[in-house]
Design a binder for this molecule. Structure first.
Ligand SMILES: NCc1[nH]cc(CCC(=O)O)c1CC(=O)O
Length: 309
């Protein structure tokens, strides 16, 4: 008897499709299922359709997930595949992140047209990036550089760079690797001085929390260390109430049963940064994230987070 295929929701960008296919391929291998057992359902999201304005202006991260979550909630999808970095801090009632794939390289890639590294960019160069975190970190390290907005798919941003709209851009190295073009990077930025966004490099799967059969089906492909790190980073973000207007970086690394967390919040001009480092047992991952967030809040003061809304 023919089983109904699992309906996997994804956005339609080449990166999103590559991620959904990776999840499907891992499930095929884990369960010895043919490709026909899955249907990849491509949805266009508001975030995909509005590409001429910064995300922070049009309402932030939920824009990439709203359509997928609506179809997930009413059962038209069995699960959805996302870049964890793009997910809102709070998910709709009844939905949750139930599995993650092994984390890719977390670092940001520098892609230089006129110089190979951020340090080597001539005085007054232009860097294109719409990420508030990358903008603030670039300004912190190179206050002489002009930052301009650069939105759209990875391919669009690389085209803008090639056209000469900027001297350099920054992209997640994870995305370049998944798209099969890691050589595009001219420098990999050190995760300590240029910390990644919470969830960067982690593909996650969102499902209905009470859908226990789907959760059991996904469990064999879950990578627990990545799941734990993501939980820590998202707890940090939630404690800071990370609106999409606040440059926030957060990176948890697991080492056996211990976890080391590094977080940073910056003013958009990069002039002020607050940093936190905390470690503890990995089974307290979410609490470490919350403690790190509270620590930053206490030191930065509430006004730090209100100063640019
Ligand atoms: N905001 C878009 C987005 N979401 C996830 C990735 C990269 C892949 C990842 O972090 O898993 C990218 C592109 C980029 O930042 O260069």
């Amino acid at each position: 008897m023919q089983m109904k295929p699992y309906r996997i929701g994804t956005r339609g960008s080449p990166l999103a499709l590559a991620q959904a296919e990776e999840v499907r391929d891992r499930l095929m291998a884990a369960h010895q299922l043919p490709v026909e057992a899955f249907e990849i359902v491509v949805l266009s999201t508001m975030g995909d359709r509005i590409t001429d304005r910064p995300l922070s202006e049009i309402g932030g991260k939920g824009l990439f997930t709203f359509e997928l979550e609506a179809q997930l909630a009413d059962g038209r999808l069995d699960f959805a595949v996302h870049s964890s970095k793009d997910m809102a801090t709070r998910l709709p009632e009844g939905l949750g992140i139930v599995a993650c794939l092994p984390r890719e390289d977390v670092r940001d890639a520098f892609i230089g047209r006129t110089a190979a590294t951020l340090d080597a960019l001539p005085h007054g160069s232009v860097v294109g990036t719409s990420s508030l975190r990358r903008q603030a970190l670039v300004r912190r390290l190179r206050p002489d550089i002009t930052v301009i907005g650069f939105r759209g798919r990875v391919e669009t941003r690389l085209r803008k760079l090639a056209e000469g709209q900027a001297d350099a851009t920054l992209l997640a190295y994870a995305g370049l690797r998944r798209l099969g073009r890691p050589e595009t990077a001219t420098q990999l930025l050190d995760a300590d001085s240029f910390p990644p966004a919470p969830g960067q490099g982690v593909i996650c799967i969102e499902a209905r929390l009470e859908d226990h059969s789907t959760r059991a089906f996904l469990a064999p492909i879950n990578h627990q260390d990545s799941f734990t790190a993501l939980g820590c980073e998202r707890a940090f973000l939630a404690t800071l109430d990370g609106s999409c207007r606040t440059p926030i970086a957060g990176h948890a690394v697991l080492d056996g049963s211990s976890l080391i967390f590094h977080g940073m919040v910056l003013t958009p001009d990069g002039a002020t940064a607050h940093e936190v480092r905390m470690d503890g047992r990995s089974d307290a991952a979410a609490q470490i994230g919350r403690d790190a967030g509270s620590d930053i809040r206490a030191r930065a003061g509430a006004r730090f987070f209100e100063s640019w809304v």
